[in-house]
Design a protein around this ligand. Structure first.
Ligand code: SF4
Length: 475
């Protein structure tokens, strides 16, 4: 689930240019007297709509003219030269996402409580965010300008929610007419222009499973390697999803799907040399089936969609358990924060690792979602045995969204509050991504400070790599 600022969208969408938010001290931009709140409107006479345009218009250019609107309304032109690789030292406003025009049966917005924060109701469908962050779009309302932009600016790869190549099924799932749902020509045009695609299927029992899923995967695999991979993730319904056209995912459904897709995966590996169609981790966990091997996932092309995360975690954790607390610490494959699926993607700014505030205790509680808890608990038990530590894993039920929601990433402040009296040891760890990346609040609006005040012990917010580093230092 991605969150975006809602309010600025109304004003910023109408203004040309991209707003500077930060100028690095001593940088070229400072020398040019650029400042936060300035808006760069044109580069070498070409208009700039956002950060991506700025990057595209300036790439490789050494002689530049910026047209800049100052906050007082004044417009100035700045002419300058730079070395080809010289960085400007500029940070820009976030891209305000374009909204989708679909009415998907399973849309996450329909699964929110009514009083959820407005940002949780933002339905983004934006090819720029697809390129930058791996957000999926349906391409069903993409404009000619956007299609041209993908090709011209090489916004590749794109992440496309296909759901089904059977048109009737796709239209039904998206809640739009068949004309709008039909993206065959658009996909072909992107492929003809060498734009790489990663596809996604949100699997809804009795709608796009079975023969429809097989057709979808075969149709997509026919375009490999331009269609690089396909993720098949199960629909997750909260207690607010009451649409009776939707059926909940059961363990039996997961087992059946694994069997069906395994046959295709074997075929694809033989014919294409890649698994190509990857099932979401939840399908294996819910089906009680072992997570596939490291080789199954290749270079983890869909890890941004949560596919292969468990195997990736287990591999790293194995190394952690194997590693003693002495001289071989350096063997740990840590500091691989934010692996993204393509080189051009921007890494989110990370706070420092917890090293400086390591707990000074070998006893504490690690909180996670109900789905991942058994896996983490097993690993932590092994770690405790090999390192003599006393870490505990506690599964936190999701009471805010309810229903099938059991992933760690959707835990809220109230969920943590509900288990506050079950904490053991001297600290508590929560999954970092339950806190908004640009603001210290949780999904239900509780501030991180308020959350901390609920517990009697320090609270650390850590991602997977941060957790491993923390354990290593605490042991
Ligand atoms: S594309 Fe569908 S699931 Fe995504 S935001 Fe739009 S309606 Fe919701």
């Amino acid at each position: 689930m991605y969150e975006f600022a809602v309010t600025p969208a109304v004003t910023q969408l109408r203004r040309p240019g991209v707003i500077i938010t930060e100028v690095s001290p001593g940088s070229l931009a400072e020398e040019l007297e650029l400042a936060p709140s300035d808006r760069i409107v044109r580069v070498n006479g070409r208009s700039v709509r956002d950060y991506l345009d700025f990057r595209f218009q300036t790439a490789g250019e050494t002689e530049l003219t910026f047209q800049v609107k100052k906050p007082d309304g004044q417009t100035i032109d700045i002419e300058f030269d730079r070395d080809e690789s010289e960085d400007f030292g500029l940070m820009f406003e976030q891209i305000v996402p374009r909204q989708c025009a679909n009415e998907c049966l399973f849309c996450f917005c329909k699964g929110n409580p009514e009083d959820a924060r407005p940002s949780l109701f933002v339905r983004d469908e934006d090819i720029r965010l697809s390129f930058l962050y791996g957000n999926y779009t349906t391409l069903s309302s993409i404009t000619e300008d956007e299609m041209n932009r993908i090709v011209e600016q090489r916004l590749s790869p794109q992440y496309v929610s296909v759901h089904a190549t059977d048109l009737k099924t796709r239209a039904y799932l998206l809640g739009v007419d068949e004309k709008r749902a039909d993206i065959a020509e658009k996909l072909q045009r992107l492929l003809d222009n060498d734009i790489e695609l990663h596809a996604q299927v949100v699997l809804c029992p009795e709608i796009n499973d079975g023969a429809i899923l097989e057709k979808t995967l075969r149709d997509l695999a026919a375009h490999y390697p331009k269609v690089v991979s396909t993720a098949v993730v199960p629909v997750a319904l909260t207690r607010y999803n009451t649409d009776d056209r939707l059926t909940r995912v059961t363990p039996e459904f997961c087992q059946r799907t694994i069997k069906e897709v395994e046959k295709l995966q074997k075929e694809f590996r033989k014919a294409l040399g890649t698994t190509f169609a990857f099932l979401g981790d939840e399908i294996y966990i819910k089906g009680g089936v072992e997570i596939p091997s490291r080789r199954h996932y290749g270079n983890y092309p869909q890890i941004e969609d949560g596919v292969g995360m468990v195997r990736s975690f287990l591999k790293k954790f194995e190394a952690l358990v194997r590693t003693g607390s002495g001289s071989d610490r350096d063997l740990l494959p840590l500091r691989t924060y934010d692996v993204r699926t393509h080189a051009q993607a921007i890494l989110p700014v990370k706070s420092k690792s917890p090293v400086a505030t390591a707990p000074g205790s070998d006893s504490g509680t690690i909180l996670t979602g109900e789905m991942f808890a058994p896996i983490l608990r097993e690993q932590i038990s092994q770690f405790n045995v090999s390192h003599g530590t006393r870490f505990h894993v506690l599964a936190v039920p999701n009471t805010y969204f309810g229903g099938d929601v059991s992933v760690a990433g959707l835990l809220t402040g109230q969920d943590y509050r509900n288990i506050a009296d079950q904490i053991e040891g001297d600290f508590v760890i929560i999954p970092k991504h339950t806190i908004k990346s640009d603001e210290p609040i949780l999904l239900d609006g509780m501030s991180f400070d308020e959350l901390k005040s609920i517990f009697d012990v320090p609270v650390y917010d850590l991602d997977t790599d941060g957790l491993m580093e923390f354990l290593r230092l605490a042991s």
